[in-house]
Design a protein around this ligand. Structure first.
Ligand code: ADP
Ligand code: MG
Length: 702
């Protein structure tokens, strides 16, 4: 079944919305964090929640308007005072009054006479904004709204505010939201009638209106029925998806594997270290799963650097002993290459055929590799999700390892297609999440956790410094590099523009090149995969001492000799991301350092983030702190944290609804596994709305 026609307006391109051109569409796409290569759609605008509400209902006389209050005044405009010639830094001042007093309206940099037109002398206007004081006089600097006396109704007395990004105002976004709301189709109800009645929840459409165009501030609160309902919808869509994945997984029986132990022994022998207790325990759990007649569905959770790859290798070795192949799927080609580099020599020593399959290799090479995979000569195949999409035929695929890194979510698993779906499954994730969340987000997968880092690891010395200390940092860095150390220099994240991000990195690179010459190289997201790889390889081979990078290095770079991580503008990064970046060092036996360079002024939460990173290396602790610090609407933090990307639900407020959604989803699929009939239709609608369309084919036929 394809997407219901009635939803088309929501799935329309942003260009279908009045006022959205190429530039704004691109900005919104980045802002909403649309999946790689895809454009945001109208639905994304609807799903973007306000972070708060501005209450302009205080309509008082000037005399009763106090400092920092947001008020709406009815003013008589008296006179304009323009900045003196040649002194544009002096503001344009408009004097006005009402029966109770005087106020001035202040505009900086207002050329062109538009202020005169907006506020004609002798007329009345409604003006809304925040009261401040200058020389003891009340004023409003850049009023938010000025409307004519007869257009009062157009003034939003209760105004939602959206988390902002450069180039996009809350007002502009509100306009777009209204358009999308106007085109919102009537939807069937997917929540049971008694739940709706009991919780006094509005319909989906009403709820969206209440949060985006509230009549009063209470209506839009996180704990108001409207937002509760929407949070529940989001949880429910996620839970139905997980249940669908789960039921397809268990639907097929597995094979009880038996092992000779031979290959495992050869791999163990080839390893330059012995497994930690945690690794060994995980390997034992996996082997028990493989030996049982049920299919394995296991999550291997472990912080960056915890040593998950070796555990996966042991699983693949066991699988090989039982005569079957394994596929390891990484989220990016770079990561796939990295895994291959780790696995290949070990596999060679153990006599296991191991190949890397990427989308970009020459046709002849690809053909040869495909032949090896089809004949069974290749036992371990490493690649991206393309492994399961193109014409790859496995001889006998028994195990699929999915490395999700931080792309926390089910998308990759949904991409497995039939080839991968019927194999045993091991999912690796580096996102440290509390166990309760694991259960609800991964369905009922079994979990192995690697809590400790491999022995011999040194703690990382983390310091927080102002960018004002730049020259001290440089001279210290020079000493360390002369002593043989290697360092990463991560450049500021520029949320609104990848282009600016690259520019910033290039500037820093040019600066550092003056000091370090050809010991330093640059790598960023706009470079071709091949160019990136070449730089990484030179760094890994110690031909480069200093690697200037944008956040592309975040995932999967393993250079044990690199022992210094410098993060510039650390205040712009989310907690989880800082943690991941720091995890790039401290992988070898030498003592490592992480330097967090910030630029003043630091916000309270940014300060708390930096202090958290400084005080602990425990990913679980950091994850919990992250949940605590992340205010609602902090899109940046949410997206970077690696946590499931909730847009409507705020776990701190709505978590209790998750259990309920879990039970309801389970119940629904037990009653109606084919999602047929009216309530099935409604549930499918919900899945589409929350972009779970990949789950639709998993619904069991009738
Ligand atoms: P993860 O994928 O969990 O982030 P990796 O598997 O990449 O971590 O391992 C990180 C580093 O630790 C690698 O260099 C790996 O060789 C090393 N390592 C893994 N297990 C051990 C161990 N038991 N003892 C020492 N080093 C180990
Ligand atoms: Mg890894």
């Amino acid at each position: 079944m394809s997407r219901p026609e009635s939803l088309s307006p929501l799935f329309a391109s942003l260009h279908s919305i009045k006022g959205v051109g190429d530039k704004l569409a691109a900005l919104l796409t980045r802002y909403f964090g649309a999946p790689e290569g895809q454009e945001a759609i109208a639905l994304d605008i609807l799903m973007h929640m306000p972070s708060g509400v501005v209450d302009r209902r205080r309509q008082v006389g000037i005399a009763e308007a106090y400092l920092n209050q947001i008020v709406t005044l009815k003013l008589h405009i008296d006179r304009h005072q323009l900045p003196p010639r040649g002194r544009p830094q002096v503001p344009h001042r408009v004097f006005a009054h009402d029966e109770t007093g005087d106020v001035s309206l202040v505009y900086f940099g207002s050329q062109g006479g538009w202020v005169e037109k907006l506020l004609p002398v002798g007329e009345e206007r409604f003006v809304s904004g925040k009261i401040d004081f200058f020389n003891g006089e009340k004023q409003i600097t850049h009023p938010d709204y000025v409307v004519e006396a007869d257009k009062f109704a157009t003034l939003p007395l209760v105004e939602p505010v959206y988390p902002l990004t450069q180039g996009l105002s809350s007002k502009a976004l509100a306009k777009l939201v209204r358009q999308v709301l106007d085109g919102l189709p009537a939807l069937p109800e997917w929540i049971a009638a008694d739940t709706m009645a009991q919780r006094k929840w509005p319909s989906f459409g009403e709820a969206m209106r209440a949060v985006h165009i509230p009549d009063n501030p209470e209506e839009a609160q996180l704990w108001a029925p409207a937002r509760m309902r929407l949070a529940y919808d989001e949880y429910l869509a996620g839970q139905i998806t997980l249940q669908l994945i789960r039921s397809t997984m268990v639907a097929a029986r597995g094979i009880a594997r038996s092992f000779t132990g031979e290959i495992t022994e050869r791999v163990t022998h080839a390893l330059p270290f012995s497994l930690t207790e945690g690794q060994q325990a995980a390997v034992d759990e996996i082997r028990a799963d493989l030996a049982s007649p049920d299919r394995m569905s296991r999550l291997l959770q472990g912080d960056v650097g915890a040593g998950k790859t070796v555990v996966a290798l042991m699983a693949m070795a066991a699988m090989a002993e039982s005569g079957a192949q394994s596929a390891m799927m990484a989220p990016t080609e770079l990561l796939a290459a990295q895994h291959f580099k780790t696995l290949k020599p070990l596999c060679d020593q153990a006599g296991l055929g191991c190949e890397l399959l990427t989308g970009k290799m020459p046709a002849a090479e690809r053909r040869a590799k495909l032949a090896g995979i089809a004949s069974g000569k290749t036992t371990v195949v490493v690649g991206t999700h393309a492994l399961f999409q193109s014409g790859v035929e496995f001889h006998n695929l028994g195990l699929t390892v999915v490395d999700e890194q931080h792309r926390f979510g089910v998308h990759q698993r949904l991409a497995l297609s039939d080839k991968g779906k019927h194999t045993d499954l091991l999912v690796m994730t580096a996102t440290p999440i509390p166990r309760t969340l694991v259960l609800t987000h991964f369905g009922d997968m079994a979990v192995s956790v690697l809590r400790e880092k491999p022995r011999g690891r040194q703690p990382i010395d983390t310091a927080v410094l102002s960018i004002g200390d730049y020259y001290r940092v440089i001279s210290r860095l020079r000493t360390r590099l002369d002593e043989g150390a290697q360092a990463f220099w991560v450049c500021p994240l520029v949320e609104e523009s990848e282009h600016l991000e690259v520019v910033a990195a290039e500037d820093r690179f040019a600066e550092l090149q003056k000091v370090f010459g050809d010991q330093v190289a640059l790598v960023h997201g706009r470079m071709s995969a091949a160019a990136k790889q070449e730089v990484m390889q030179r760094f890994a081979a110690n031909e480069l001492k200093l690697l200037v990078a944008t956040t592309v290095i975040e995932v999967g770079v393993d250079v044990p000799n690199a022992s210094i991580m410098i993060i510039e503008h650390a205040e712009r990064f989310g907690l989880a991301q800082l943690h991941q970046l720091r995890g790039r060092v401290g992988r070898g036996s030498q003592r490592s350092a992480c330097l967090l360079l910030y630029k003043d002024p630091l916000s309270e939460t940014a300060k708390a983030r930096l202090e958290t990173i400084k005080s602990t290396e425990d990913g679980f602790e950091i994850a919990e702190k992250d949940l605590e610090l992340r205010g609602q609407g902090d899109v940046l933090g949410t997206r970077q944290s690696g946590m499931p990307g909730y847009r409507l639900a705020v776990p701190d407020v709505h978590r209790h609804l998750l259990d309920y959604a879990h039970d309801e989803a389970k119940d629904l699929l037990r009653r109606n596994p084919g999602l047929s009939g009216p309530d099935g239709e409604a549930a499918r609608m919900l899945l589409y709305l929350f972009r779970k369309d990949l789950a639709i084919p998993l619904i069991r036929a009738g």
